[in-house]
Design a protein around this ligand. Sequence first.
Ligand code: NAI
Length: 302
Amino acid sequence: MAAIDFTERVAIVTGAGAGLGRDYAIELAKRGAKVVVNDLGGTGDGKGSSQAAADRVADEIKAAGGTAVPNYDDVSIPAGGENIVNTALDNFGRVDILINNAGILRDKSFVKMDEETWDVVLKVHLKGTYNVTRPAFTHMREHRYGRIVVTSSISGLIGNFGQSNYAAAKVGLAGLVNVLKLEGDKYNIKVNVIVPTAGTRLTANVMPSEMFEQLKPEHVTPAVLYLCSEQCRDSGRYIKAMNGYYSRLAIVIGPGRHFEKMPTPEEIMANWDKITDLEGAKFFNDVNEFMAFVVGSRIQLQ
Ligand code: NAI
């Protein structure tokens, strides 16, 4: 089995001052990557800032013999994204790997979800990923190489009470990856989604303490490092990783039911079980593949 090695690779990890991002940064550096340790250093709900978090992790990497530079920019503003990518270019001359990991939570039931609470969470996760990925992707396209990891969540992909802002952002990110996998294809830019679960500051108040202790960030890292490797040829995959469990999530489309004539609402009702059945559901890589499948298999609508 070929070893996964990041010597000469330059990686950016956003939100790397704590939790999952810290572990990704440390393990990338152990395998030779030069790492930009980005972290705004605010609270778990996105207030304030401090340089201490990014400094601590960059120092930890350097003390262990690795190469790292701290960056304190806010991913949620476009200039922050540009600065993060420029930190990699100015210090190390290139960007090969980007892990979009920075995140905050502001949970509220939907009726109490005021505009500011909605906007701030979308701004960090969804817009933040756009802000950093766009300059990185532009550089990677020029150099015809890139590995990008985007962080989603089962809170969005499956659903979790009280997290409508976070869920919308996290599923939006999965949509972004569905497109970037296509746009990056001919440039050898692979873009994948990590769907982690781990005991960190973000989950400290939502997980029972026993679970919190058990679910270590270290268990997510091997999957993320593989997605960052040259050996990873897949793109557009959503990978769940937690506590020794790794699997693929996907958006699939059921076989459905074809009607020879336009159905009435009553016929939709009568066929609801067949229409919604997922037995034999298929994954499609893009819209064209899906359209060919549907149009190719259906009888002309009268
Ligand atoms: P964490 O709170 O330990 O780490 C997140 C880091 O992002 C913090 O150090 C924080 O300062 C930084 N950050 C926040 N806003 C930022 C901004 N605007 N610019 C730059 N840095 C910023 O939390 P954790 O759990 O390690 O979260 C990492 C990612 O994983 C997040 O995107 C989170 O939504 C996601 N995630 C975590 C899960 C878990 O079970 N811990 C589950 C699903 C997703």
